[in-house]
Design a protein around this ligand. Structure first.
Ligand code: SF4
Ligand code: SF4
Length: 294
């Protein structure tokens, strides 16, 4: 299936020109629009004053933009970076926990640029509710961070979730999150959206469940997975969790590569990243003074 207004060919072309979904070695640039400050869950590897580590290198905060400011910035970037192919929303919180801002930003940019590929990343909690709307907005590529398919493990990773006006803790919260991630992913894939799954590798927590996650998301229609090394963040619950040795990460990627293609070139980009994956130009385009991390 292809989303409305997309043929299989046009979608494949978008994927080929998306620097994260296809490793094209610096040929294409993407721009993240930091319009989504809030989050609706608490991951053990995150401190909320930093960018979402699901998609971002922790330790540096970004200036939040309104949808109108994001459009103005997009125009400036598009003028200076002709190989810009993708506009994405990757936090610094969760794109779907800020749906009014996310959808307005996409609407404004689409009215200005009918061709750019839209991408966003999410923890998946609100996906079942917004998947169809995302397709209507022209989103063709989505990344869902999904670290486990076990509520028991999920309870060790997520301290709580906020859903429909209520806070849920432990396994109860993790079960709701998981159910929404899986049904949301299935729905997105059935609507023709190209989905990538980020999995944060957590020593002693989910390291033996990675292949199961990859098998599960493959069944639901995901096209690739990105097994990410933990970047310990000061002040987070996993501050002292040692990253899994790189050798084990490489073994896991090799093993899981037999199930689904693996993204091996992720750069843990900032929520306001601009440019090719190897050449961040966000500083050039910054209009707001940056807060320094502690
Ligand atoms: Fe932090 Fe992202 Fe997790 Fe939200 S989803 S708590 S912003 S890592
Ligand atoms: Fe792409 Fe990884 Fe950067 Fe996201 S964090 S834009 S997946 S390289």
């Amino acid at each position: 299936t292809s989303p409305p207004d997309e043929t299989a060919e046009s979608l494949a072309l978008r994927t080929a020109k998306h620097p994260c979904f296809t490793c094209a070695e610096g040929k294409y640039a993407r721009m993240h629009l930091p319009v989504a400050p809030e989050c609706n869950i608490q991951c053990g590897y995150c401190v909320r004053k930093f960018d979402c580590p699901n998609e971002s290198r922790p330790g540096v905060t970004s200036g939040i933009l309104t949808p109108e400011e994001a459009l103005e910035k997009y125009k400036r970037v598009k003028e200076k970076i002709p190989n810009l192919t993708v506009a994405g929303i990757a936090g610094p919180g969760d794109a779907l926990a800020n749906f009014p801002e996310t959808s307005e930003t996409l609407r404004l940019i689409r009215a200005y640029d009918p061709d750019v590929t839209f991408c966003l990343s999410t923890n998946g909690l609100m996906l079942p509710l917004y998947a169809q709307e995302l397709v209507r907005l022209g989103v063709t590529h989505v990344t869902v961070t999904l670290n486990t398919v076990s509520p028991e493990t999920g309870a060790k990773i997520y301290s709580h979730i906020d859903f429909m006006g209520k806070r849920y803790y432990g396994e109860e919260g993790a079960s709701i999150l998981l159910a929404n991630q899986l049904s949301g992913l299935k729905l997105l894939c059935s609507l023709g959206v190209v989905c990538k799954i980020n999995i944060v590798l957590l020593s002693g927590i989910n390291e033996n469940e990675i292949a199961e996650v990859v098998r599960t998301v493959k069944q639901l229609g995901a096209k690739l997975t990105n097994i990410m090394q933990l970047v310990p963040v000061k002040g987070s619950a996993f501050e002292h969790l040692s990253p899994v040795p790189n050798r084990k990460l490489a073994d896991l990627r090799r093993e899981c590569g037999k199930i689904l293609p693996q993204m091996l070139h992720c750069r843990h980009c900032r929520a306001d990243a601009i440019g090719t994956l190897d050449n961040d130009r966000s500083i050039e385009f910054r209009e707001k003074p940056q807060q320094k991390s502690e």
